[in-house]
Design a protein around this ligand. Sequence first.
Ligand code: G1P
Length: 271
Amino acid sequence: MIKQAIIPLAGLGTRLLPLTSVFAKELLPINGKPGLEYIIEECIEAGITEIIFIISKKKMMIKNYFYNDKFYKNLIKKKNDSRIITEYNKILKYKKMIKFVYQNDPKGTGDAVLKTKKLIKDKYFLMLLPDDLIVKKNCSKSMIVAHNKYKASVMASMTVSKKTTSRWGIYKLNKKLNKTDFLIKGVVEKPSSKEAPSNKAVIGRYILPKSIFKKLEKTMPSKGGEIHITDAIQSLINDNEKFVAHNFLGKYLDCGTMSGYINSSKEISKL
Ligand code: G1P
């Protein structure tokens, strides 16, 4: 059973400057709702009961969003507005599920994952990268189905244009398991189109084994000076850990860039 999810939220969000100079990108509204709430809802619908947020001192705004009880209570006392009460109850529901850990130095996704080591209880856990929204079909839910079926770690996958491989982690495929799932023999972080072993990209949903922490402790910074989860995954694969790439069926929205962020509101408003 996958019951815990982790969400790295300590990134600086430089691709969304100037907004992110004062604002946490994960709280920016997408069609009237913080992007992060879409991610939380995906988790809840997939059966997750605890979510670990990896934030930094600079991103305290995220914790404050869920811990603003005094403000809501005073307002409700004064106004008794049913919309405010509904919103506050939603925030309270989320708050009960969330734990916080800190990554004050943004040293990469691998380093962020390592910060959750002490809190992970089961053999596998889910990770969601908040820049990647997947709508229409719950990607985490179908990945959990694949995980149970293959008794393996799972990562979301999408076919991308060969020209854009340097934007993504790219899979080395082993064999097709069925229409949507592939066994992989490796993954490379952001290769040039010349070096890319395929045009299947890693999208930000991962079911990872607890054994990844041992690997992360030894993983050195690589591309861009960051500690990449991709490198720790490759190391696990070298030790024969089974990893499956799952071609999800939902619609992918890239909220980590300005054009993608603008487009995501438009797309969600059409749903
Ligand atoms: C991260 C991962 C990359 C993956 C991507 C998906 O990159 O390192 O492997 O393909 O998320 O969005 P980032 O977006 O942080 O540069």
